[in-house]
Design a protein around this ligand. Sequence first.
Ligand code: SF4
Ligand SMILES: [Zn+2]
Length: 117
Amino acid sequence: MLSCPRCQATIEPTTIQCPRCQLTLKAHGHPGIPLHRAAGEEALCTTCRYDADNTCNFPHRPQAQTCTLYRSVHQPLSPDLPPLSPGDRFRLWLRSHGGVVALIGLLLVSLVLVLIR
Ligand code: SF4
Ligand SMILES: [Zn+2]
């Protein structure tokens, strides 16, 4: 059992809206989408991983008081997930640097063609 952050009423983990004070506890009316809420005046973004690594493009950043994607910088990154294999890491690197790799390949082919003439 949990308690409502505003009125302390006892609620279920899947409660979408507090039955006593009507505070929205889940996003989009879905019990599986948590709605993170700032505890005080300080915005959630100040302690959010996606603000820290500058990958968030939500319009309410950096002053979000509620957010569905908030991830604390103090939480470890998915400790239950296995680390990526070197092959997976190389594929990810290739996907994000595909243009540069293609350009270098083109330059090498051009160089070889010039040298064999
Ligand atoms: S994901 Fe939400 S809490 Fe995190 S930086 Fe973006 S808007 Fe702020
Ligand atoms: Zn409440």
